[in-house]
Write a new protein. Structure first.
Length: 458
C-alpha cells in the first residue's frame, strides 16, 4: 500500500518533525523528510522533457499517480508546450523550449523528470539532470551512443537516484511469465535466440538520402533546440520532426535501436546476458544519412550459464525479415508469427523445444507440454510508470533501472553498429568500449556541437 503523507495523523507528523530535528530523519525517505518540513500536501514534483508523442503518454501515466505534481515542462514545439501546460496547470514561467534553460531555471523546483525526446537528446538531458540529484525516467533506447550508455548508467549509480527506462512492455504478465519459465529451465540448455520486428517498414523511412534544400522553420518550432547536440542542418518539411527522425543516423538509432529494447528484456533478464563480444551484420540500402532498410545482425555472448557456459548467439531481423520456422524445433511450418504478433517476437530455442514470446506478451511453447508441472512465483500486476514514482517515494524498486538498462542498451547499440559496418565480424572489447575495426570504434562516441557540449559526454 502506498504511504500518503496527507494521511499522517497530527501525532505522527509531530514525530517526524521531532525525528528530523534530532537527526533521526536521515533514516527516513527524502520525500517523508520534505513532507515534514513543507507540510503533508507535499508531492513528487515531476518535469517532462519532450511532451508530445510517446512523451504525452509518459506524462499522462506519471501524472495519474496521486502522489505526483507536474511542476515544469520542456518541449521544442510551442503548441504542444502550451497545450500540455494548460492540461497540467504548469505556470508559463516553468515552460521551456530549451532544456538548458529548463535545468537552470526550474531545476530547484523538481524532484524527478521524464525524458521522451528523440534519441539523440536522451543522454545530455538525463545525465545533467541526474548530476543535479534528480530521479530519472528515460525513454528507450536509453542513449544514442555506446559511450553515452556507459556514462548514463554510471551516473545513475553514482548519484543514487531512482531510475527507469521506458520499456513498459516488460511489465506485461505474459513476458514476465516467459522470463520465469526460462529461469526455471523449461527449455533446458538454451541453444539460440532469434528476435524480429516489423519496423521500420511502413513506419518511417530508412535507406534513403538526405533531402536537398531547406524550408522555413515553422513559427511553433524551436529548431535549434530540436537539433540539440546533433550537427547543425537546415530544417526540411516532413523530413525529421516530429517522427521521421528515427531512421536518420544523426538523430535516431533505426529499427533495431527503436524496438530491440522492447525485445531484449526477455533474454537479458532470464538468461543473464552481458555484453556481446562478436557482432556481424548484413544489411540492405544503407546510406550515409539513414540506417539500412532491412538487416540481420548476429550478437554473440560468451560464457552464458543458461547455455551451459557456452557461447550463445542472438540474431536480430528487421525490415520485413524474420526467422523461418524450419530452424525453430517443434514449431509447425504453418505457425504464422506475423499474424500472431503485433510488432514482432522474441524466440528462444532450447534443447527441449522452442518458446515464442509475441509482442507484447503472448507466449507459445512447442511442444505445448513444456511448462507442465512448473510452479511459478506470483506475478502481481503493476503499472510501469507508477512503479517508478513509488520507488522515488521510497516504496519498492524499479524493473528497468538504468544500471540494468545501460548494459542492455549497449547490446542494442552494438547491433546498430553491426548493421552499419556490415559484412564484417566485429569483436567488441566492453572494458575499453572499442572494436577491432576503426569505423566501428568511431561510432562509439560522438561529438556534440558547439554550445551544447556536456562534460564527459561530447
Amino acid at each position: 500500500m502506498r504511504i500518503d503523507p496527507s494521511s499522517f495523523s497530527t501525532g505522527r507528523r509531530q514525530f517526524i518533525l521531532t525525528a528530523a530535528a534530532a537527526g533521526a530523519a536521515t533514516q527516513l525517505p527524502w520525500w517523508v523528510r520534505r513532507a515534514a518540513a513543507q507540510g503533508a500536501a507535499s508531492k513528487l514534483r515531476v518535469a517532462c522533457v519532450g511532451c508530445g508523442g510517446m512523451g504525452a503518454s509518459d506524462l499522462a501515466q506519471v501524472a495519474s499517480h496521486p502522489g505526483v505534481s507536474i511542476a515544469a515542462l520542456c518541449d521544442v514545439n510551442r503548441d504542444t508546450l502550451a497545450k500540455q501546460g494548460e492540461t497540467y496547470a504548469v505556470p508559463t514561467e516553468r515552460r521551456f523550449t530549451d532544456y538548458r534553460e529548463f535545468l537552470a531555471k526550474a531545476g530547484d523546483a523538481i524532484d524527478a523528470f521524464i525524458v521522451s525526446t528523440p534519441d539523440h537528446a536522451h543522454a545530455p538531458v538525463a545525465v545533467q539532470a541526474m548530476r543535479m540529484g534528480k530521479h530519472a525516467y528515460v525513454q528507450k533506447p536509453l542513449t544514442h551512443s555506446l559511450h553515452e550508455a556507459r556514462v548514463i548508467a554510471q551516473t545513475a549509480t553514482a548519484k543514487k537516484v531512482i531510475t527507469q527506462m521506458g520499456i513498459q512492455n516488460t511489465a506485461n504478465p505474459g513476458r514476465r511469465k516467459a522470463m520465469e519459465l526460462l529461469k526455471a529451465g523449461v527449455l533446458g540448455q538454451v541453444k539460440a535466440v532469434h528476435i524480429w520486428t516489423n519496423r521500420s517498414t511502413g513506419w518511417w523511412p530508412q535507406g534513403g538520402d538526405r533531402p536537398a534544400g531547406s524550408d522555413p522553420v515553422p513559427a511553433n518550432l524551436d529548431w535549434n533546440s530540436w537539433l540539440c547536440v546533433a550537427p547543425e542542418r537546415p530544417y526540411k518539411n516532413d523530413a525529421y520532426a516530429p517522427f521521421k527522425w528515427r531512421g536518420v543516423r544523426d538523430f535516431g538509432t533505426g529499427a533495431l535501436g527503436d524496438m530491440a529494447c522492447h525485445f531484449f528484456d526477455v533474454p537479458y533478464k532470464a538468461l543473464g546476458l552481458g555484453y556481446p563480444t562478436l557482432i556481424r551484420g548484413e544489411s540492405e540500402s544503407l546510406t550515409a544519412e539513414q540506417y539500412p532498410s532491412s538487416e540481420v545482425v548476429e550478437l554473440t555472448f560468451e560464457g552464458v550459464a543458461a547455455a551451459g557456459g557456452k557461447a550463445l548467439t542472438l540474431t536480430w531481423y528487421d525490415g520485413g525479415r524474420m526467422p523461418s520456422t524450419s530452424i525453430l524445433p517443434g514449431v509447425p511450418a504453418d505457425f504464422n508469427m506475423a499474424k500472431r504478433s503485433r510488432d514482432g517476437a522474441t524466440i528462444v530455442v532450447g534443447e527441449r523445444g522452442t518458446m515464442i514470446v509475441c509482442h507484447p506478451g503472448d507466449v507459445h511453447l512447442f511442444p505445448g507440454t513444456l511448462a507442465d508441472g512448473t510452479k511459478l512465483p506470483e506475478l502481481p500486476e503493476y503499472n510501469h510508470w507508477h512503479q517508478w514514482v513509488d520507488a522515488c517515494m521510497g516504496k519498492g524498486a524499479t524493473s528497468a533501472p538504468l544500471e540494468f538498462a545501460g548494459p542492455l542498451t549497449e547490446g542494442v547499440l552494438c547491433g546498430v553498429i553491426g548493421g552499419v559496418v556490415a559484412g564484417k565480424t566485429l569483436r567488441y572489447d566492453s572494458a575499453k568500449q572499442t572494436f577491432d575495426d576503426a569505423a566501428a570504434t568511431a561510432m562509439v562516441r560522438r561529438s556534440y556541437r558547439d554550445g551544447w557540449k556536456v562534460e564527459g559526454l561530447g
